[in-house]
Structure formats: C-alpha cells, structure tokens
Design a protein around this ligand. Structure first.
Ligand code: C2E
Ligand code: MG
Ligand code: MG
Length: 593
C-alpha cells in the first residue's frame, strides 16, 4: 500500500464498511474487482497487468479480463457480470472505435454502473467534454500520463464510485426488510427478459397474503415484519434459483420464472403449513394472479398490471385461490378505463344532458310527474347507455358530482315547466348508493333546492330497493332527514331487491316503482303477472302510491289499472324527452289534467 497514506486508507476502509453494510447479502459483490482492458496492442495489456499486479484495493484483489477489439469487448461485456472498470483505448480498429464502444456499453448493453476510463496514445484524440458527460466517462488520460501511481489512483477512484453506485442501486432496488428485489427492480427484471426476447414459458405472478393488515393490527408491526420475512424465506427456498422472488408491495410478492416452477397449485400449497414466527406459529393464506409473458404482450409495468387484474379476480372469487390472466380480461378493463376517461371529458365538454320521461295517472291519463334520466352522447354521436356508464361513474366516485348536477338540472327544468302552467308537476331524480350515502348528501340537497327555487314537495328521489334495504339504521336516519325537508322518496326497481317487509314498513316511503320486468310479464297471458299484483297490493296496504315503469302497451296499462296501480310511466305514454320536446308534449297533454 505504498500509494495510499495510512489516514486515507482508514477512511477508505470505513467507507468500504459502509458500502458492505448497505450491500451485505443483497447482492454478491464478489471478492474481487473485475477490470476489463480493451486495447489493440498486446503490450498495453502486459504493461497494465504488470503495473497493477498483486495489488488489492479496498481489501479486494483485482481480476483482469482482456479484449483486443471493440467487438471482443462487447461480447465479454454481454456475457460477464460485475465488471467494475473498463480501461479503454480510444483508437483501435478505427479512430473512433473506443467512443463507439462507449455508446454500446451505455445504450445498447445498458450497463450504467461500470466505470469507464479512456486511454489514448495520441493527445489529439480527446473526446468533447459533452461526450464525456453524456456517456458517463469517468476519466480521460493519455497513456504517457498514466504512471503506475496515477493508474492506481485513477482505478481506486473509479472503484470507489462504482461501489457507491452499487450501494445506491441496492437502496433503490432492494427491499430492506426481506432483502429481496423491490418493485422497481422486479419491473426492470421483466423488462430485461422482454428485451432479450425471452417470452417463451415465462410466467409472472403476484402473490398477495390474505388479510395481512389484520395480522399487523392484532399482533403488531414487528410480528407482521417477521411473518413477511418467513414468507420470503419459504418462497425463495421452495421456488429455487430459476425463479425471481421480489417484494413488490407491503404484503405482495412478485414471482417470475418458468411455468414449471410457478405452478399456482404448488405455490399455494406452500401456505398449507404454518410459518414459524419467533415463538409462534402462524397460518396465513395467499391469493395468486398469474400471467404468461406471451399472453400479456406487455413489458414490466404492463405485465404486473395484468397479473394484478388476475389477482383482483381471484380475490373476488375466493381468497386462497388463483386466476390466470387472459387477454379478454385486459380488453374488458382497458375498455372500462377508456370509457371512464371518455365520461370525464364528457362532463367537461357538456356532452351529457338530461332527458325527462312523463309519468301519468293510470285512471285519467293526467300528467303527474317526470323522471330525470341522464344521457351521454359520445364524440361519434352514439349514445352510451346509462347501464354502462352509471356503474363506472359509481365505481370511480364521479357519480357524486354527476348526481348533484342532474339534481340541479332537474330542479331547474321543473321550475320552468311549472311556469308554463303545470304547477302540480313533480320531478323524480335517480340517486346512486354512493351519492346517497355521502355525508354531504342532505346538505347538497338543501342547497340545490335553495339555489333553484324549486318547491321541496315537488321533488322526489328514487332509491333502488337494494340500496334502501342495506344498513337499516343509517337508511332510517337518512330517509327521515330527507322527509324533514319535504322531499318525497320512491323505491325504484321494486320487486328485485328481496326486501325485508319489516324494514320496508319502517321507512318513510312515498312511492313504490314496480320494476319493468314485472310489467313486461303482464303481456304474456300465461303468467298473468302475479308479482305486479303482489307489489300493488303491498304498496296499497302500506299506504304508498304505486307506479309501474316500462308500460309499453295499452293492454299492460289496462291490467295495471285493474289491479289498482295508481300511476304509470313508459313508452306507451312517452319516451324520455329532451326539454324542448318535453315542453311540447306536456302542453299537448295538459288537457288530460
Ligand atoms: P331506472 O331508474 O329504472 O329508469 C327507467 C329506465 O327504463 C330508463 O332507462 C328508461 O329509459 C327506461 N324505460 C322507460 N320506459 C320504458 C319502456 O316502456 N320500456 C322499456 N324497455 N324501457 C323503458 P335508462 O334511461 O336507460 O336508464 C337506465 C338506468 O340508469 C335507470 O334505471 C337508472 O337506474 C340509471 N340512471 C339513469 N339516469 C340516472 C341518473 O341521473 N342518476 C343515477 N344515479 N342513475 C341514473
Ligand atoms: Mg329510476
Ligand atoms: Mg327503475
């Protein structure tokens, strides 16, 4: 160690300790430093190894690899792992052979960690400063400049940087707790396979520990961490070296390997026996989503997304099971995402509007109300049915703002229609579960009434039967708050939600809407529509108004009337209408009142 002073040395070994700490057992940093000498002159190879012979740097000996052309160097760099430094001749086969190789190293081979020291015999061939920066070249020296001492110092500096980069990589790419590759690293590893064209038979899986948050909550985070370590250990030892095991989320592991190693049934079997966690033994189950690289057609992030789609399906079916991704699943989900984006922009660009369907008294045909129904006309002029976009708006939370907007539009429209001479007209507005349960719902309702000047008593909310029957206590409270304002409530799609009659009786409901499926049955003479009859009778007994939706024929209207149904709505009377047509229709039918 003649080239390094004692104090410098101890600082360096301290550094080495730090690096060791950060990298320990995560990556095999190896016990040697690997240096690649690239030069077309054999003499230079001999002189370099002679100068550095027998030396060790930061306590590790040097190992030399030799290339005599850029082509040979490329082949070595492609094959060999953990080369720390390339000592590179600028001028070889061609004047720019060295610089061209630098580009290959950084761009094509994507070796970003390896340090590059350029050496040239002729001082005139210095690369531009920009080149040195762009290709992350560490040092540029003329060969005459590089005495033995200088060479040693230059290589030491390069190795120090290399090790720091490696340590940072480890922080960025490895999970601290399990010492496994993390999500970023997992994505890179998938990308590497894909870029090498190695699709065949490679399976990506996401393994999610079921109810892990409960373990954390009930036994504490430390115990949770230990369980994760035990799971990592079992996975790595059972799946073997052909399979990559990564920790890609708090309780989710990523697996990549040949389908023979990632057999979902065998993987789930690994959770059959308990995990030893300190003095306890713990049973947990896991759920798996898998995708084969040939099926996903996606690289890292996309492949994980697809495996996740499969995982979600599996969780939905049953915890402790697995689902293999198929292209259909992706198409369906991407279609939904596209539709939701379209819906968001439709909100922004006013491509949503509200139509109104008249409701009449069955006995006289007099108009009593109208139902507000949301419409979306796409960019290409086609309608997207509410059955498709309402569930999306619900799932994304967009329905809260959207529902609020429909409510206000409907109130405005009602005020306008009442003004043309229909003072007793009412409007009913569909309210989704999420919107109805929103803590601000009642406040927003009051605000909409105040802002639009509508009479509360002529506003009705339609809640579907299934929503009304959920969480009885909450519903009772919310219904009461709405009734207190003076707004009425209708139960939509009645007959489809398996109501508990006792709960139904407790709720302050004004109207029951018979689902159109039961109205439809009235056309077939065979069935005779017993459900419609039952609903009508039930409603009458509970002192509610009964309205039939989806009345399409005169005959249906007649039967309903006979059964004692009060009101009707459907194509037989009118389709849902845009405001100008609605106005016309209402004026024409006013005489019926
Ligand atoms: P819904 O509330 O049960 O609305 C009645 C549906 O029956 C409407 O379909 C209406 O166009 C349709 N309809 C009316 N008369 C007839 C008929 O004679 N025959 C048949 N076959 N159908 C008839 P639409 O407009 O497609 O709405 C479907 C569902 O979308 C609604 O069912 C409602 O659940 C939901 N929806 C519509 N607008 C909104 C809204 O603003 N907010 C919320 N939350 N949901 C809405
Ligand atoms: Mg409705
Ligand atoms: Mg309905």
């Amino acid at each position: 160690m003649t080239y390094v002073s004692a104090s410098e040395h101890s600082a360096e070994s301290e550094f080495l300790d730090l690096v060791d700490d950060a990298t320990a057992s995560v990556v095999d940093v190896g016990s040697v430093w690997r240096l690649l000498i690239v030069d077309d002159e054999p003499d230079v190879h001999r002189a370099t190894t002679f100068a550095l012979n027998g030396l060790s740097i930061f306590g590790r000996p040097l190992e030399f690899l030799h290339a005599y052309s850029a082509e040979q160097a490329t082949a070595i760099l492609r094959e060999e792992r953990d080369i720390a430094v390339v000592l590179l001749d600028v001028v070889m086969e061609r004047e720019d052979a060295g610089l061209a190789l630098v580009k290959v190293i950084r761009h094509d081979l994507k070796l970003t960690d390896v340090r590059i020291i350029l050496r040239t015999g002729q001082p005139g061939y210095a690369p531009e400063i920009e080149t040195i920066h762009a290709f992350d070249i560490n040092d540029y020296k003329t060969k005459s400049e590089l005495t033995r001492a200088k060479l040693y110092a230059t290589i030491t500096a390069a190795l120090r940087t290399y090790d720091q980069i490696r340590a940072l990589d480890n922080l960025a790419f490895y999970d601290h707790l399990s010492r496994l590759p993390n999500r970023n690293r997992f994505i890179n590893l998938i990308d590497e396979r894909v870029s090498l064209g190695e699709y065949g038979d490679v399976v990506i899986a996401i393994l999610d520990i079921d109810d892990f948050s409960e373990v954390n909550d009930s036994l504490g985070h430390q115990q949770g961490d230990r369980l994760l370590q035990a799971v990592s250990a079992r996975l790595t030892s059972a799946l073997g070296s052909a399979t990559v095991v990564a920790r890609i989320g708090s309780d989710a592991f990523g697996l990549m390997g040949p389908s023979s190693s990632i057999d979902p049934i065998a993987v789930l079997e690994l959770f059959r026996s308990p995990f030893r966690v300190q003095d306890d033994s713990m049973m947990v189950t896991a759920t798996l989503g898998l995708v084969s690289l040939t099926d996903t057609k996606e690289a890292g992030r996309g492949a994980i997304k697809d495996a996740n789609i499969a995982l979600k399906r599996a969780k939905k079916n049953r915890r402790g099971s697995f689902v293999v991704y198929t292209l259909d699943m992706g198409i369906e989900i991407r279609e939904r995402v596209r539709l939701l984006q379209g819906l968001r922009s439709a909100v922004d660009t006013n491509r949503l509007f509200v139509v109104y369907q008249p409701q009449v008294l069955l006995s006289t045909g007099a108009v009593v109300g109208m139902e507000a129904l949301l419409r979306w006309r796409n960019d290409d002029g086609r309608y997207v049915p509410p059955e498709r976009f309402i569930p999306l708006a619900e799932a994304s939370g967009l329905i809260i703002a959207l529902g609020d907007w429909v409510l206000r539009m409907a109130c405005h429209e009602l005020v306008r229609m009442q003004a043309i001479g229909l003072p007793s007209l009412r409007v009913s507005v569909n309210v989704s579960q999420l919107q109805f349960r929103n803590p601000d719902f009642v406040e927003r309702l009051v605000q909409a009434i105040a802002d639009t000047g509508v009479e509360a008593a002529s506003l009705e909310l339609e809640i579907t039967e299934s929503v009304a029957m959920e969480d009885p206590e909450f519903m009772l409270e919310r219904f009461a708050a709405i009734k207190a304002i003076g707004v009425t409530i209708a139960i939509d799609d009645f007959g489809t939600g398996y109501s508990s009659l006792s709960h139904l009786r407790q709720l302050p409901i004004d109207r029951l809407k018979i689902d159109r499926a039961f109205v439809n049955e009235l056309s077939s003479d065979v069935l005779g529509g017993p459900i419609a009859a039952m609903v009508i009778e039930l409603g009458r007994n509970l002192n509610m108004t009964v309205i039939a939706e989806g009345v399409e024929t005169e005959k249906q209207a007649a039967i309903l009337r006979q059964m004692g149904c009060h009101e009707g709505q459907g194509y037989f009377y009118s389709e849902p209408l845009a405001p100008p047509e609605l106005k016309e229709w209402l004026l024409a039918h006013r005489s019926g009142a």
